[in-house]
Design a protein around this ligand. Structure first.
Ligand SMILES: Cc1cc2nc3c(=O)[nH]c(=O)nc-3n(C[C@H](O)[C@H](O)[C@H](O)COP(=O)(O)O)c2cc1C
Length: 360
């Protein structure tokens, strides 16, 4: 498909009609999707694309009592506009006050978490527990809609113990009727957690049955996966999770393959890393940048190191010999040590990047 053909298809799409600027989004991930990560993804994203990047989930019970300038999870980039805070909770007054608290940050929209399987959230009827009560879930969309002047979305899984296409239609009927502007569906069930292959067909079969954009999530690891869903299946949009920790340039790769020739501002005249060797080298460059961004946005040295390690433990699964880089990160006592070790590794070792892995 030429870029002109893609653009005309995209401009007539229902996700673009809602105001999205590009059909690729990046997932909310606790401990990962903070401002330093979003900055890194934007650093590798071609100018003008403005993909929607999610924050990690934010508790609506806590938000009303927090100072937005003091909480790490609420930091945003200077003039960051295309980000979506994800809300976790189900009480109207807390949701209303959380939205009010976040509005000065100028989010693009608000998302409601209906996918988190963590036990401490299930007992409050938050997260994936909402799949068990479709009417209640719809009422949370309704109450969020009442207080939000921005698009409201839901991120959910495709089932609890087993995927049931009829249930998915019934459940999303309620969300759409209650005013959801778009949905992201993680094509794994609650019992699958984050493991194994996602069954995209569960979501793609739903798309023609819905009047709102449906974004497919789960196990999208490469530009090939993205192009398959965007061009062959013609989904409304896709959401990339863990693969973006390893290849923060994946949106550049996708845009480039779609024929978009403008590179990111930091890479004039260049094309995205493509071969396993190029991606492996680029990963170490990205980790140097990531150390600098963690320093730029956060104050607490221990937390910076914890964030770096958590990022690397997720990302290094794609690197051949990634465990050796990870164990160096674990041994380093400061971010400065990680940065020095990464600069040394960049000149000394090669960690080629695997295209697809079996996600565990
Ligand atoms: C460490 C981690 C934290 C996550 N935190 C959230 C979260 O805060 N909210 C949410 O809706 N999903 C969360 N998820 C799920 C992801 O958003 C995404 O649905 C999942 O990783 C599947 O996409 P992937 O296979 O591309 O990684 C998290 C996943 C991981 C691995």
């Amino acid at each position: 498909m030429s870029y002109e053909k893609f653009q005309s298809h995209w401009q007539n799409s229902r996700f673009a009609a809602l105001g999205a600027a590009f059909p690729v989004t990046v997932a909310p991930m606790v401990g990962l999707s903070h401002v330093a990560f979003r900055h890194m993804v934007r650093h590798y994203t071609p100018e003008g694309l403005n993909p929607l990047l999610f924050t990690e989930m934010l508790s609506t019970r806590r938000l009303p009592f927090e100072r937005i300038d003091r909480v790490d999870e609420l930091r945003v980039m200077d003039q960051e506009s295309h980000f979506v805070p994800q809300l976790l909770g189900n009480e109207e007054s807390y949701i209303a006050r959380s939205i009010e608290k976040l509005m000065p940050l100028e989010p693009w929209g608000f998302d409601i978490n209906m996918g988190c399987p963590a036990r401490q959230h299930l007992k409050h009827n938050w997260g994936v527990r909402l799949l068990g009560d479709p009417e209640y879930a719809a009422s949370i969309v309704g109450m969020t809609r009442r207080y939000s002047s921005r698009p409201v979305s839901v991120k959910m899984r495709c089932g609890q113990d087993k995927a049931d296409p009829d249930f998915l239609v019934r459940f999303t009927d309620g969300l759409e009727a209650a005013g959801a502007d778009w949905l992201t569906i993680h094509a794994r069930t609650q019992s699958q957690k984050h493991k194994g292959e996602a069954d995209w067909s569960l979501v793609t079969d739903l798309i023609p049955r819905r009047g709102i954009p449906i974004v497919v999530n789960g196990d999208i690891q490469t530009a090939d996966d993205a192009l398959h869903l965007l061009q062959d299946v013609q989904v409304d949009g896709i959401m990339i999770g863990r693969a973006a920790t390893a290849r923060p340039w994946i949106i550049w790769q996708i845009a480039h393959r779609l024929g978009y020739t403008t590179p990111p501002a930091a890479f004039p005249g260049q094309t995205p890393p493509e071969t396993p060797e190029e991606e492996g080298r680029a990963f170490l460059d990205a980790m140097v940048l990531y150390c600098e961004l963690l320093d730029q946005y956060f104050d607490d040295d221990e937390k910076k190191l914890r964030r770096l390690r958590f990022h690397v433990i997720n990302a290094c699964k794609w690197l051949v010999f990634g465990h050796s880089y990870y164990s160096h990160c674990m041994k380093s006592k400061t971010l400065a040590e990680v940065k020095a070790m990464t600069l040394h590794s960049r000149d000394t070792y090669h960690f080629p990047m695997t295209r697809r892995i079996n996600l565990l």
